[in-house]
Write a protein that binds this ligand. Structure first.
Ligand SMILES: [Zn+2]
Length: 700
C-alpha cells in the first residue's frame, strides 16, 4: 500500500505542474494541512479496467502481507499498536481502495470500467471475509488481550469492538463450525454484490402517447431523451424522477398503474432467486453463531440491540398512525370519487401519490412544480453552503479538480473558519447520465484516520446526485423535496469530513446504522424554515420575490396532511425487511415474494398484482434488517432539531452548530453514541417531538 501512496503523490504533482496556477489553491491547502500535522490526499481514480485489476491485486497482496506481520508476532512481542491498531491501519487501507472502487462503479462514464469495478468489489469483499478467519492474527490479538491491558476511551472501544467482531465472525466456535460460517459468508458476499449490481443495471423503458400522459408537466415531457417521436414519449421506470413525475401527475389511472407495475418488477427474474439464497444464508449464519434470527445478529451492534425491539418499535408507530392514516385515505377517496364519479372508488398503490399531489393543489393550494422557480440549483447550493459554513464554523472554497470523470464535476476544500485548519475535500457529481447511480448519496472516498506516522489523514468524499439538468432556456430548478435531499446528503458529507476519530473504524459516518441518518434527517428541517429559505430561495426570473409565508405554511400543512400515508409506506419497508430476516429459512424460501408482498400490502397499500417489489429494494442488502433505522433515526432527528429551534439564532445558531460538530460529527463512533446524543441534547432523549411531527397523538 505504501507504494501505491507514493505513486499517488507523484501523479498528483505531475498534474499540478501541467495545469499550472489554477491548481495552486489546492496545493496551498495541502501545504496548510502539514502545519496542522495532517495530510490531505487527492484520490487517484482508476480509469481503465487494467488499473482496476492492478489496484485490486495490490490491495489484497499488501493486505495479506500486513496480516502476516501481525500473525507472526511472538507471544512477548504483542503490543496494542502492532495488533489492534495495526488491524485498523489495514482496514483503513482496504477501504481506501474499496471506497474509491465503489464510487467508480457508480460514476465511471465507461461501462467496462464500471463492470470491472463491480468484479473488483466482489473479489475484495470475498477476500476481506477471509481476514476474520486468520487464526494467527486472532491468536496475536488474544495474546495481547491476555495481558489484561489497561486501556481507556477510544483505545478501549477499539479493543472491545474488535474482539466482538471476531466473536461475531465465529472465531470462538469449534473449528469445523467456524470453517462452515466462513464458507457461507464468502458465498453470501458474492451474491450480495450480484444483487446490488442487478438493481443498478435494471432498466424498464415505457413508451407513452401524449394523451396517455395527460397531466404530466409539458416542460418535463419536452426534455431531450423523453420526447422520442411525433406522439411518442419514452420514460424509464428505473429513473426515480421519471417515475415520480408520472405517479404524481398522470391523470389516467392506467398510466400510473403501468409505470408502477414496471417499477415493481425491475430486476425480478435475476434477483428473486438470488435474494432467496441470500436470506437463507444469512439465517443459517446467524443460527450457527448462536442467534435466534439474522435480525437479532444484525441489530446486536446497533442502538436497538435486538430484532424484537426493532419490530415492536415499528409496530407501535404503525398502530399509533392508524387513526390519522384512516382519515387521510378517506380524503384521497373523496378526491377520486369526485374525479371519476365512482362512489366506491378505492385508493390503490398507484393512486396515492397522485391524490396526495391533488390534495396539495386543491386543498392547500400548493403546486410542487410551481415552487421550482424559487430553487435554482446554484442558489440552493450557495445558500446551503453559507448556512453550513456559519453553523459549523467552516470555510468552503471551490478549487479545480486535477482529474474529472465528467466535465461538470466540482471539488471544494473545507477548512475551519477560525484557525484555517484544513478539514477535508468534497466532490460534487450532481446531474444524471446513462449508467450512473440513479439516487442521491454521499460516498466516502478517504476516511479520517490517525496514521502510523502520527499525522492525521483528513477525509475526502463525494456527493452523487441526480438533479434535473439545466435546460437551454433556464437553469436547473429543484423541487422542495430535492432541496431537502441536498441538505440531507450534504449533512453526511459534514459527518465524514469533520471527524476527529483516531481509528478509521470510528471515523465519520461509521456510527451505528440506526443512528447514521439522524444528523442528516435533522438537517432536513432547515428548508422548512422561513428565515433559512429567505436566505437563498427566490424566483429566478425576479430575485426580489421570496417564498411567501402563507405558501410555506400551506406546504407544512400539506406535508402533515399526507404524513401518515408516507410514513406507513416507510414502515412497510422496515417491517418487510425485519420480517424476511426473521421468518425466511431454508425450508420456506419460496415464501419470499408472497410474504414480502403481504407485509407491504398490510402496512401500506396492496401491491400491484403479479409484482415483486422486493427484487428492486437494494436496501435489503446494504441495510440487512436495518431499514427500521430510518424511523428510529427520525425519532432522534426530531428531538435533536428542537435544540436548534429553541436556541437564540434558531437554525443559524453557531453555538448549537459547534456543539453538533464537536459532540456528534467529530466524535463519530469513538464513544457510545447514546452519550454523544445526550451531550448534544443536554438532557435525556424524548420521543415526543417525533410523534408530534408525524401526527401521532401524544401517549396518555
Ligand atoms: Zn442519508
Amino acid at each position: 500500500m505504501r507504494l501505491v501512496s507514493a505513486g499517488l503523490i507523484l501523479m498528483t504533482s505531475l498534474v499540478f505542474a501541467a495545469a499550472g496556477d489554477k491548481l495552486s489553491a489546492l496545493a496551498d491547502f495541502q501545504a496548510a494541512a502539514a502545519k496542522f500535522n495532517s495530510v490531505v490526499t487527492l484520490p487517484v481514480f482508476e480509469t481503465t479496467t487494467n488499473e482496476v485489476a492492478t489496484t485490486t491485486a495490490k490491495t489484497i497482496a499488501d493486505g495479506n502481507a500486513a496480516l502476516d506481520r501481525i500473525g507472526k508476532l511472538g507471544d512477548d512481542q504483542v503490543k496494542f499498536k502492532n495488533t489492534f491498531v495495526a488491524l485498523d491501519d489495514l482496514n483503513f487501507q482496504i477501504s481506501r481502495a474499496s471506497d474509491r472502487l465503489a464510487l467508480i462503479e457508480q460514476t465511471s462514464t465507461n461501462a467496462d470500467v464500471r463492470d470491472a469495478a463491480t468484479d473488483a468489489m466482489k473479489r475484495l469483499s470475498e477476500w476481506a471475509v477471509g481476514i476474520d478467519y486468520r487464526e494467527d492474527v486472532y491468536r496475536a490479538l488474544k495474546n495481547f488481550a491476555a495481558i489484561d491491558p489497561q486501556l481507556d476511551g477510544e483505545d478501549k472501544k477499539l479493543f472491545d469492538d474488535t474482539l466482538r467482531d471476531y466473536r461475531r465472525a465465529g472465531l470462538e466456535l469449534p473449528k469445523a463450525q467456524r470453517d462452515e460460517v466462513e464458507k457461507l459468508r464468502k458465498e453470501l458476499t458474492a451474491l450480495e454484490t450480484d444483487f446490488e449490481s442487478n438493481v443498478t443495471k435494471a432498466r424498464a423503458e415505457l413508451k407513452f402517447s401524449k394523451a396517455q400522459l395527460a397531466g404530466v408537466p409539458e416542460e418535463f415531457l419536452a426534455q431531450k431523451g423523453i420526447k422520442t417521436g411525433d406522439d411518442e414519449y419514452t420514460l424509464k421506470a428505473n429513473i426515480t424522477f421519471h417515475y415520480i413525475m408520472v405517479e404524481d401527475n398522470a391523470q389516467l389511472e392506467a398510466t400510473r398503474r403501468r409505470m408502477m407495475t414496471a417499477q415493481c418488477n425491475l430486476a425480478r427474474e435475476a434477483n428473486i432467486p438470488l435474494l432467496q439464497k441470500i436470506l437463507v444464508l444469512r439465517d443459517s449464519i446467524a443460527t450457527k453463531l448462536g442467534y435466534q434470527t439474522y435480525a437479532d445478529f444484525a441489530t446486536e451492534t446497533r442502538m436497538v440491540k435486538n430484532g424484537t425491539a426493532a419490530i415492536q418499535f415499528l409496530q407501535n408507530l404503525k398502530d399509533g398512525l392508524q387513526p390519522k392514516y384512516d382519515a387521510e385515505l378517506k380524503e384521497f377517496r373523496l378526491l377520486k370519487t369526485a374525479e371519476t364519479g365512482d362512489t366506491n372508488a378505492v385508493i390503490n398503490s398507484w393512486d396515492w401519490r397522485y391524490f396526495a399531489n391533488q390534495l396539495k393543489k386543491t386543498k392547500y393550494n400548493v403546486d410542487a412544480e410551481q415552487l421550482r422557480v424559487y430553487f435554482p440549483y446554484q442558489n440552493v447550493l450557495d445558500g446551503m453552503f453559507k448556512i453550513y459554513q456559519r453553523i459549523f464554523g467552516l470555510k468552503f472554497e471551490r478549487v479545480e479538480a486535477p482529474y474529472k470523470w465528467v466535465d461538470d464535476l466540482q471539488l471544494y476544500t473545507v477548512s475551519d473558519a477560525k484557525t484555517g485548519e484544513p478539514m477535508g475535500l468534497f466532490y460534487l457529481d450532481m446531474f444524471p447520465r446513462d449508467g450512473k447511480y440513479n439516487h442521491f448519496a454521499q460516498f466516502g472516498i478517504i476516511e479520517g484516520k490517525l496514521l502510523p506516522d502520527g499525522k492525521y489523514q483528513r477525509p475526502v468524499c463525494c456527493l452523487v446526485c441526480n438533479f434535473p439538468p439545466p435546460q437551454p432556456d433556464k437553469p436547473s430548478l429543484l423541487s422542495h423535496d430535492e432541496v431537502e435531499t441536498i441538505f440531507h446528503e450534504f449533512g453526511h458529507a459534514m459527518h465524514t469530513i469533520l471527524t476527529r476519530a483516531k481509528y478509521s473504524r470510528f471515523a465519520g459516518t461509521s456510527v451505528p446504522q440506526d443512528f447514521v441518518e439522524a444528523p442528516s434527517q435533522m438537517l432536513e428541517n432547515w428548508p422548512w424554515d422561513k428565515k433559512v429559505l429567505d436566505s437563498f430561495a427566490a424566483d429566478y426570473r425576479d430575485p426580489k420575490k421570496k417564498i411567501p409565508q402563507e405558501i410555506l405554511s400551506q406546504l407544512k400543512a400539506a406535508r402533515l396532511a399526507t404524513e401518515a400515508t408516507r410514513y406507513r409506506r416507510q414502515l412497510s419497508f422496515g417491517l418487510m425487511d425485519l420480517t424476511l430476516h426473521t421468518q425466511i429459512h431454508a425450508t420456506n424460501a419460496d415464501d419470499l415474494v408472497p410474504l414480502s408482498n403481504k407485509i407491504l400490502s398490510d402496512v401500506s397499500f396492496p401491491v400491484p398484482p403479479d409484482t415483486a417489489f422486493v427484487a428492486y429494494f437494494g436496501h435489503i442488502i446494504g441495510y440487512g434488517a436495518g431499514y427500521y433505522g430510518y424511523a428510529w433515526a427520525d425519532a432522534i432527528a426530531a428531538d435533536m432539531a428542537t435544540v436548534f429551534e429553541k436556541s437564540p439564532d434558531g437554525f443559524f445558531d453557531k453555538t448549537t452548530g459547534m456543539r453538533m460538530r464537536n459532540e456528534i460529527y467529530a466524535v463519530g463512533d469513538s464513544r457510545d453514541i447514546n452519550v454523544s446524543i445526550e451531550k448534544f441534547l443536554g438532557r435525556p432523549r424524548s420521543i415526543e417531538p417525533f410523534l408530534k411531527r408525524i401526527g401521532v397523538a401524544p401517549a396518555k
